[in-house]
Design a protein around this ligand. Structure first.
Ligand SMILES: Nc1ncnc2c1ncn2[C@@H]1O[C@H](COP(=O)(O)OP(=O)(O)O)[C@@H](O)[C@H]1O
Ligand SMILES: [Mg+2]
Length: 431
């Protein structure tokens, strides 16, 4: 089987590493990939959301299975265009990608299918949205309807902050058309959990739960990012909680998609809030999480290709997945300036020493080769992943590898997984 992986982050590097190990695969290519992916498979330049160009590459390369990493090409209809060209793809069609591409669609879907989520209203008019917020007079969450690169949600602490968010999104259009419509919902509290399931349009297999760390600084302070690290499994997701998430969230969602006539063959990724016995879905994503994929692939103890290809064919093998008992941690190394204006072109060294730490795998995100030197080329540069006998051990290995890597001006968190383990990993005196 010939496989094309679309995307160029640590998520796609983790997927490529898992895919090339499969005896079912004769060749894997990536579009556009990155400098780390290029060490393992052939990379072809191009934009992931240029749908006709990606379809051309898939045809030219005689690809049997396209695995789509990011959400933008899914929302742009890549899977529909591939299907029209007779090419199998892992990822939902545009109609299914609406679960991530429109928060209003997602909330209405959940309400219609009885999936637990915070009460909400949808507004197309800024004045009406403000009147609603003032009438309720309590802290609410304001969400831009469309894709806003992870910046479109304001958890407002008072009415004025909520109204300011409405003004910025709907009148000033800081997110462009993505903010023409907003969802205003009740604030919920608790522990955030990432939960992935692979679906074939009818059946599904759940993966292990994970927790990610969105803020740039230790202690969940500072601005939001694409994700600074993740770990699995989170302590709060006991077997009973896992079963409950499958029963109350994943199963009705898969059933609802099928009932709505949407052949969803890809990843259902639920962003959950768990507060004691109260479970709420904050959002759905329609692709693998980044950095969650790093820890999920590290812990998945089976060939991923029958799962990806089975889902794409609508014939998923649904036996329970073997997961290694060892926990995993992923620590993101980001460039200077991230998540604001990012400095690129800085040299990266120490990767061999890092990868030599037992249990560690160093995934590339924003990396490129310049005059034969490995340099940073994006906000999130590397994702250092480690398996360990317990979370403390995994963290110790991951941070030993992180400390072996040099990238001028880089930033990373020291407390990844701390909510699930006993001690934090001190920074060595030398750095
Ligand atoms: N109803 C809510 N109550 C409290 N916090 C929320 C709520 N909805 C979202 N959040 C917070 O905002 C973050 C982003 O919201 P989310 O719906 O996941 O959108 P996106 O990932 O597209 O930015 C969440 O990770 C969570 O921390
Ligand atoms: Mg989210």
């Amino acid at each position: 089987m010939r496989v094309l992986v679309v995307g160029g982050g640590a998520r796609e590097h983790a997927l490529v590493r898992a895919i090339v190990r499969s005896p079912l695969v004769s060749e894997t290519v990536a579009l556009p990939g990155n400098a780390g992916i290029a060490r393992e498979v052939r990379c072809i330049g191009g934009r992931v959301d240029d749908v006709p160009a990606v379809v051309d590459v898939a045809l030219r390369e005689r690809i049997d299975l396209v695995v789509v990493g990011p959400e933008a090409p899914l929302v742009a209809g890549l899977v529909d265009a591939l299907a029209a060209a007779g090419i199998r793809a892992f990822g939902p069609p545009r109609a299914g990608a609406e679960l991530e591409g429109s928060k209003a669609f997602c909330k209405r879907f959940m309400k219609r299918h009885g999936i637990p989520t915070a009460p909400f209203e949808v507004f197309d008019d800024a004045d009406a949205a403000e009147r609603h917020v003032r009438a309720l007079g309590r802290p609410l969450v304001v969400k831009a309807d469309g894709l806003a690169a992870g910046k479109g949600v304001v958890v407002a602490s008072d009415v004025d902050e909520a109204c300011a968010a409405i003004d910025a999104m709907m009148r000033a259009r800081v997110f462009g058309d993505a903010g023409a419509r907003v969802v205003i919902e009740e604030r919920v509290h608790g522990q955030e959990i990432s939960f992935h399931a692979i679906c074939d349009g009818e059946r599904f297999v759940p993966l292990a739960a994970a927790q990610d760390h969105k803020r740039i600084f230790d202690g969940d302070r500072g601005p939001n990012t694409g994700g600074m690290g993740a770990y699995s499994p989170p302590t709060v997701v006991t077997d009973a909680v896992h079963a409950r998430i499958v029963r109350e969230v994943i199963a009705p969602t898969a059933r609802g998609l099928a009932a709505d006539g949407i052949p969803f063959r890809g990843v259902l990724f639920a962003g959950l809030m768990l507060d004691g016995d109260t479970l709420n879905v904050l959002e759905f994503n329609v692709r693998f999480g980044d950095p969650e994929t790093a820890v999920l692939m590290a812990r998945l103890d089976t060939d991923i290709v029958p799962l990806l290809d089975g889902a794409a064919r609508g014939a998923l093998p649904t036996a329970a997945l073997p997961v290694v008992a060892s926990p995993a941690i992923a620590v993101v190394i980001a460039a200077a300036g991230y998540p604001g204006a990012v400095r690129t072109g800085d040299p990266i060294s120490g990767l061999e020493e890092a990868a030599a730490v037992p249990g560690v795998s160093v995934l590339h995100a924003g990396t490129a080769k310049k005059d034969e030197v490995l340099v940073s080329s994006g906000g999130r540069v590397l994702c250092v992943t480690a398996l360990g006998s317990d979370l403390d051990d995994a963290a110790e290995r991951a941070y030993r590898a992180v400390d072996a890597i040099a990238l001028p001006g880089s930033q990373h968190r020291r407390d990844i997984g701390a909510s699930g383990r006993r001690r934090q990993t001190p920074r060595p005196a030398s750095s």
